[in-house]
Design a protein around this ligand. Structure first.
Ligand code: HAS
Ligand code: CU
Length: 581
C-alpha cells in the first residue's frame, strides 16, 4: 500500500442541462414505477417461501389472500420474473439509447408497449389472485389456469418486444446523420438485447397462441405437455439473458463512469452481447436434461453449448473487473485490494451494482453445475436451482435495477434521495440476505430438499424425519428470507419516499461511461455520443452487422431444435387439463 489517501465520497455526476426531454422522462418514470410496484408485491411474498422450507407454514394465517403455497409462489415468480423485469427493461432500453443518440423515440410505440404490458399484467394479477391459475412461473401444462392467465401472458410478452421497432427507427435516423459510424455502445447493446428477445419470444408466443390460449378457452380439448415444455424453454432459457443483459448494459455503459473510471474495452462489450445473442437461443433444453424423449447425443451437445453461453459472462467478469480496478486506482486505491476499497462505496447506486456483480460469481458457478448433465441429475428439482437463480436474477438483475433507480429517480424527477444511508442499508441487507438465502437453498438442495414443495404443510414429525438432516441450511434459508424483508421495505421507503417527499435539486445527467481506448465510445456525460467508423476497431465494425448475427442465431436455433422437437411431434400425447389447487 502506498498510503496515498483515497478520494472520499461518491463521484459527482454532471448536471443535466438539456431540459427538452420532459415527455421521455415521464414515460421512463412510469415504466420504473410500474416495474417496482410489481417487485414490491412479489418480493413481499418471497420470505413466506423461505419460512416454508424451515417448516414454518404461514399460509393458513393468510387464507383471505392466498389459498395455497403454490398460489403465493406463482404470484412471486410471475410478478418478479416477468412484470418487474419487463417494465424496467422496456423503459430503460428505449430511454438510455434515446439520450445517448439524442434521438426522439416514437412515443406512440413506446406508449403502446406500456399499455399492452399493463393490460397483460393486470390480467395475470386477476387470474392469480382469484386462485384460478396456480401454475407457477413456468405454467407447464397439463396444469391448467384460466384464460386470463394465458391471454395476459401473451399480451405482456407481445408488449415486451415493442421497444425493438423504436430502437431500429432511432438507430436508422442516427446512422443517416452519421454515415460510416458504428452504433454508440449503449444503443448497440440495447438493440442486440431486443433482437435476442424478439427471436426468443417465438417459443413462448407460439406455445401460448397455438396451444394454451385456445386450450384454456375450450377451443381445443387436450394438450401435449412435452411439446409445450420444449417451446417454453426455447424462451425460458433466453429470458434469463433478457434479465441479465440490461444489467450488463448498466455495468458496461454506466458503472465505470459512476465508479470514477472508464470502461476497459468497448469492443469486448460488443463482443459479449453478440455472443449472448448467438448462444442464448439454442441451449434452452438444458432445462430438460431430466425429461424423457430426446437423444443422449443431443443432451451431450447441449452441455457443450451451455458452457459456451458462460463465455460472454467470463469476458464480462474480466472487463468489468478491470474497469473497476482502473476506477479504484484513479481514486487513489493501490495494492492488491486497495483499489476495491477505494471504489465509491458511499454511492448506493455503485454499491448495489458491485455487490450484485459479486454475488454473480456464485450464481455463475452454480449455473455451470446445472449445465453439466451428470451434476444436474443430482440437483435438478431441488432447492439448489432456486438457490442458483436468486444469486442471478434475484441479485444481479434486482440489485442493478435498484442501483439504477438510485440515480434515475433524481434524474427523472429532479428530487434528491431522501436518505443515502437507508439506500445503502437496503442494498447491503439485500446482498447479505440474498447470499445467506441462496447458500442455504443450494446446500439444502444437496440433501434432496425438493423445490416448489409445500413441505411446511407436512405433519411436524414427517417434516423432521424427511428434512431434519438439513436443519442448518433450512435455518439459513429462513434467516436470509427475513433479512430480505428488511431490505425490501427499506428500499421501498427510499423509492417512494423520494418520489413523494424528496427535496428539489439539480438533475444528475445520465452517467454515460467513456471507453479507455479512444473514440469508439460516447463522450462522458454528454447526451450526444461520438462514434466514428474510421477510429472504430475492426471488431466493432464487424459486429455492426446485426442482421448477420440474427441470421446466424436463427440457423443455430433451428439446427438445435429440429432434432429435439422431431420425436415429440411424431409421438403426440393428448393430455386433459389438471387443476390441483
Ligand atoms: Fe441459470 C436454471 C445454467 C445463468 C436464471 N437459471 C435457471 C433457472 C433460472 C435461471 C430462473 O444448464 C430456473 C428455471 C426453472 O424455474 O426451472 N444459468 C446456467 C448457466 C449460466 C446461467 C450455465 N441463470 C443464469 C442467469 C440467470 C439464470 C444469468 C438469471 C438472470 N440455469 C442453468 C441450467 C439450469 C438453470 C442448466 C437448469 C437447472 C435445472 O436442473 O432445472 C451462465 O450464464 C452463468 C455464467 C456466469 C458466470 C459468472 C461471471 C461473473 C461475473 C461477475 C464478476 C464480478 C465482478 C465484481 C467483476 C461465469 C460477470 C468484482 C469482483 C472482484 C472479485 C473484485
Ligand atoms: Cu437456462
Amino acid at each position: 500500500m502506498s498510503g496515498r489517501a483515497f478520494t472520499p465520497g461518491p463521484v459527482v455526476y454532471p448536471v443535466e442541462t438539456d431540459e427538452g426531454w420532459r415527455p421521455e422522462r415521464r414515460m421512463m418514470l412510469l415504466f420504473l414505477i410500474a416495474g417496482f410496484c410489481a417487485l414490491l408485491i412479489g418480493a413481499s411474498i418471497g420470505p413466506l417461501q423461505a419460512l416454508n422450507y424451515d417448516g414454518v407454514n404461514a399460509y393458513p394465517a393468510l387464507r383471505s389472500i392466498f389459498h395455497t403455497y403454490y398460489q403465493g409462489l406463482t404470484v412471486h415468480g410471475v410478478l418478479n420474473g416477468y412484470v418487474f423485469t419487463f417494465f424496467v427493461t422496456c423503459g430503460l432500453l428505449v430511454y438510455l439509447p434515446a439520450r445517448e443518440l439524442g434521438q426522439r423515440p416514437s412515443m406512440a410505440l413506446w406508449g403502446a408497449c406500456f399499455g399492452l404490458m399493463a393490460v397483460g399484467a393486470l390480467s395475470l394479477i386477476y387470474a392469480m389472485f382469484d386462485n384460478s391459475s396456480s401454475v407457477l412461473w413456468t405454467f407447464y401444462p397439463p396444469l391448467k389456469g384460466s384464460p386470463f392467465f394465458y391471454l395476459g401472458m401473451t399480451i405482456l410478452t407481445l408488449g415486451s418486444v415493442q421497444p425493438l421497432p423504436v430502437l431500429l427507427k432511432m438507430r436508422a435516423a442516427w446512422k443517416r446523420a452519421h454515415p460510416g459510424c458504428v452504433t454508440p455502445l449503449v444503443t448497440y447493446m440495447s438493440l442486440v438485447t431486443m433482437l435476442m428477445w424478439a427471436l426468443a419470444g417465438v417459443g413462448a408466443l407460439s406455445e401460448l397462441i397455438l396451444q394454451l390460449d385456445p386450450w384454456s378457452l375450450g377451443l381445443i380439448g387436450t394438450i401435449d405437455p412435452m411439446i409445450n415444455r420444449t417451446l417454453f424453454w426455447l424462451t425460458g432459457h433466453p429470458i434469463v439473458y433478457f434479465w441479465l443483459m440490461p444489467a450488463y448494459i448498466s455495468w458496461y455503459g454506466l458503472l465505470s463512469r459512476q465508479a470514477g473510471g472508464k470502461l476497459a474495452s468497448d469492443p469486448m462489450a460488443r463482443m459479449t452481447f453478440a455472443l449472448l445473442l448467438i448462444f442464448s437461443l439454442p441451449v434452452g433444453s438444458h432445462h430438460q436434461f431430466s425429461d424423457p424423449g430426446f437423444s443422449q447425443i443431443w443432451r451431450a451437445i447441449l452441455v457443450v453449448l451451455t458452457m459456451s453461453v458462460a463465455i460472454p459472462s467470463i469476458i464480462t467478469a474480466f472487463t468489468l473487473g478491470l474497469s473497476l480496478e482502473y476506477a479504484g486506482r484513479m481514486r487513489g486505491g493501490s495494492g492488491l485490494v486497495g483499489w476495491f476499497r477505494a471504489l465509491p462505496w458511499s454511492d448506493p447506486s455503485v454499491a448495489a451494482q458491485v455487490l450484485g456483480a459479486l454475488t454473480f460469481i456464485l450464481g455463475g458457478a452454480t449455473g455451470i453445475v446445472n449445465g453439466s448433465w451428470e451434476l444436474d441429475a443430482i440437483v435438478h428439482n431441488t432447492t439448489f436451482v432456486p438457490g442458483h437463480f436468486h444469486v442471478t436474477v434475484g441479485s444481479v438483475t434486482a440489485m442493478t435495477f435498484m442501483g439504477l433507480a438510485f440515480w434515475m429517480i433524481p434524474h427523472l424527477t429532479g428530487r434528491k434521495l431522501i436518505s443515502r444511508r437507508i439506500a445503502l442499508f437496503s442494498v447491503w441487507t439485500w446482498f447479505v440476505g440474498m447470499s445467506i438465502f441462496a447458500i442455504g437453498m443450494q446446500w439444502a438442495g444437496l440433501y434432496g430438499l425438493p423445490r416448489r414443495a409445500w413441505v411446511s404443510a407436512l405433519p411436524h414429525d414427517t417434516y423432521h424425519a424427511l428434512y431434519g438432516v438439513a436443519a442448518t441450511p433450512t435455518t439459513l434459508i429462513a434467516v436470509g428470507g427475513v433479512i430480505l424483508w428488511v431490505a425490501t421495505y427499506s428500499f421501498f421507503l427510499v423509492f417512494f419516499g423520494t418520489l413523494l417527499f424528496g427535496r428539489r435539486a439539480d438533475r444528475p445527467a445520465v452517467p454515460f461511461a467513456q471507453a479507455l481506448s479512444g473514440p469508439v465510445s460516447h463522450e462522458t456525460g454528454v447526451a450526444i455520443p461520438v462514434a466514428t467508423g474510421h477510429g472504430a476497431s475492426v471488431l466493432a465494425n464487424r459486429l455492426e452487422h446485426v442482421w448477420a448475427l440474427v441470421g446466424l442465431t436463427a440457423v443455430a436455433t433451428v439446427a438445435a431444435y429440429v432434432p429435439i422437437l422431431w420425436p415429440f411431434l411424431h409421438n403426440v400425447t393428448h393430455s386433459p387439463g389438471w387443476v390441483l389447487w
